[in-house]
Design a protein around this ligand. Structure first.
Ligand code: DAT
Ligand code: MG
Length: 151
């Protein structure tokens, strides 16, 4: 058991479909604490750094377009970035978020409730959540300055 911080991104499909409130409602009911929240303009550079571990995957270029809102006409590539904190927050939030593939995600999870795969094969899975402690530390540092985390 450890107190952890984890990064969440409300993805452009959720923004476009006005699911932000519903997704935050699920997060709030998890019992974890919101300690960071801001709208970020996702530059090409930030998107590529965030997903750098996936750069050799065939879906990488579309993933960069997706997270920058290019499939959903999001003005200024903006995204809502959040940090949640609590005991075992990384795995706890991942359970709430569900599996990567929205068709495989438990229907009670956020991705299972609201995610879809487009006919072009794009995973629109609503939310990003850090996968493990190493990713969480790197991602929180990448998206937030220390003074933007209010614990
Ligand atoms: P997660 O977001 O569950 O941590 P990941 O880190 O493996 O999953 O991949 C990051 C994102 O890339 C994921 O949310 C959606 C996309 N993705 C992953 N696997 C994919 C696949 N097989 N086809 C299309 N998109 C995929
Ligand atoms: Mg991941």
């Amino acid at each position: 058991m450890a107190i952890e911080k984890t990064l969440l991104l409300i993805k452009p499909d959720a923004y476009r479909r006005r699911l932000t409130g519903l997704v935050i409602d699920r997060l709030e009911h998890s019992g974890f604490e919101m300690v960071g929240a801001k709208l970020v303009c996702v530059s090409e550079e930030l998107a590529r750094k965030h997903y750098e571990a996936l750069k050799d995957q065939p879906f990488f270029e579309n993933l960069i377009k997706y997270i920058r809102g290019e499939f959903h006409n999001v003005p200024n590539n903006k995204i809502l970035a959040l940090v949640y904190k609590g005991e075992d927050a990384i795995s706890g939030i991942r359970k709430l978020v569900g599996k990567t593939n929205p068709e495989e995600a438990d229907p009670e999870t956020i991705r299972g409730s609201f995610g879809r795969i487009t006919t072009a094969g794009q995973f629109e899975n609503v939310i990003h959540a850090s996968g493990n402690r190493e990713d969480a530390e790197r991602e929180v540092r990448l998206w937030f300055n220390d003074d933007e985390i209010i614990g």
